[in-house]
Design a protein around this ligand. Structure first.
Ligand SMILES: CC(C)(COP(=O)(O)OP(=O)(O)OC[C@H]1O[C@@H](n2cnc3c(N)ncnc32)[C@H](O)[C@@H]1OP(=O)(O)O)[C@@H](O)C(=O)NCCC(=O)NCCS
Length: 195
C-alpha cells in the first residue's frame, strides 16, 4: 500500500554519515526541476566546522529533506535546502529551517543569508520566512549557439565549448540578448534574533 506523504511521520534530526547516499539522491532529484538542474554533486561537500546540518527522514529511513548551513562568525549562509518531489509543500523545509535556526540563535549568529535563482518555489519560500532581498546579479552560461566573442582560452586549447560566468544586473538586457541561458541570482538575508 502506498502511504500518502502527508500522513507519514517525518523526523527532523541532525545529519549523520549513513545519510550520505540519501542526501545526494534528495539533492539531485529536488533540483532537477529547477534552474539548478545541472548542478549535480556526485559526493556530499564537506562543510566547515560548526556547520548546521539537518535532514528530514521517514520512519523507514528515506531522506526526504535536507538543510545545510555554513557558519562564519556572526554570519551564516544556507548552503543547501531541498525537499524531495512528492514531499514538497508539506512544511518540511519550514520545519528544517526552524530546527536549523535555533542553534544559530543560541550561538549568537546575527544574520542568515541565501542565494537563489528565479524558481518561484524557492523565492516564495525565502520570502515567506522573512528573508528580504539584499542584492542581485546574473548567472550567465555560454553554450551551444551563443557567440563566444571576447572569451579567450590558453594557448594550445580550443575556444571555449561552454563557460559559466557572473554578470552585472545593470547589463541584464544586453547580456540576455547575447546569451540564451541567463538567470537572475538573488541574495536573501534574514536577521536572527539573539537571546
Ligand atoms: C524551496 C523548497 C525547499 C521548499 O520546500 P517545501 O518543503 O516544499 O516548502 P514548505 O512546505 O516549507 O513551504 C513553505 C512556504 O514556501 C512557499 N512555497 C513552497 N513551495 C512553493 C511553490 N511550489 N510555489 C509557491 N510557493 C511555495 C509557500 O509560501 C509556503 O507557505 P504556504 O504553504 O503557507 O503558502 C522546495 O520547493 C525545493 O526543494 N525546491 C527545489 C530546491 C530549491 O530550489 N532549493 C532552494 C533554492 S537553493
Amino acid at each position: 500500500m502506498t502511504v500518502a506523504p502527508s500522513t507519514t511521520p517525518i523526523d527532523i534530526r541532525p545529519y549523520r554519515a549513513a545519510d550520505a547516499e540519501g542526501w545526494l539522491t534528495c539533492r539531485a532529484l529536488s533540483f532537477l526541476s529547477t534552474q539548478y538542474y545541472d548542478d549535480v554533486k556526485p559526493t556530499r561537500p564537506l562543510l566547515s566546522d560548526g556547520a548546521v546540518e539537518f535532514v528530514a527522514a521517514t520512519s523507514d529511513g528515506q531522506i526526504v529533506g535536507i538543510l545545510d548551513i555554513e557558519v562564519d562568525g556572526r554570519e551564516a549562509t544556507i548552503d543547501t535546502v531541498a525537499v524531495l518531489p512528492g514531499w514538497q509543500e508539506l512544511g518540511i523545509a519550514s520545519q528544517l529551517l526552524e530546527r536549523g535556526v535555533q542553534p544559530l540563535v543560541d550561538r549568537g549568529v546575527l544574520t542568515l543569508d541565501a542565494w537563489t535563482r528565479e524558481d518561484v518555489a524557492a523565492n516564495r519560500w525565502y520570502q515567506r520566512h522573512s528573508f528580504v532581498e539584499a542584492g542581485r546579479y546574473l548567472h550567465v552560461y555560454l553554450g551551444d549557439g551563443d557567440d563566444d566573442a571576447g572569451f579567450t582560452t590558453p594557448d594550445g586549447l580550443s575556444g571555449p565549448v561552454s563557460a559559466f560566468v557572473h554578470g552585472r544586473i545593470e547589463d541584464e538586457t544586453d547580456i540576455r540578448s547575447r546569451f540564451s541561458r541567463v538567470y537572475v541570482c538573488r541574495q536573501y538575508v534574514r536577521p536572527l534574533r539573539t537571546r
